[in-house]
Design a protein. Structure first.
Length: 71
């Protein structure tokens, strides 16, 4: 992609929102909320993550934390 393609895409989405247009439908709900409200207002669940090694690692951390809490 060209150097400014992501910037131009962001400007187009922002202009659509500012002028009352439709919100983009290709973003995950969590990502859209983070863009609109800020990342501090978003909680991402493991269920919303696609299958990946990161999801498996996070699940392992969650299980470890749960088990450590009840030792």
């Amino acid at each position: 992609m060209e150097a400014d393609d992501y910037f131009v895409a962001g400007v187009l989405m922002a202009m659509s929102l500012v002028h009352g247009g439709a919100a983009p439908r290709f973003l995950a709900q969590e990502l859209f909320t983070a863009l609109v409200s800020g990342p501090d207002h978003v909680t991402v669940s493991l269920l919303s993550l696609p299958e990946s090694s990161m999801k498996k690692d996070l699940q392992a951390v969650r299980i470890f934390a749960f088990c450590s809490h009840y030792r």
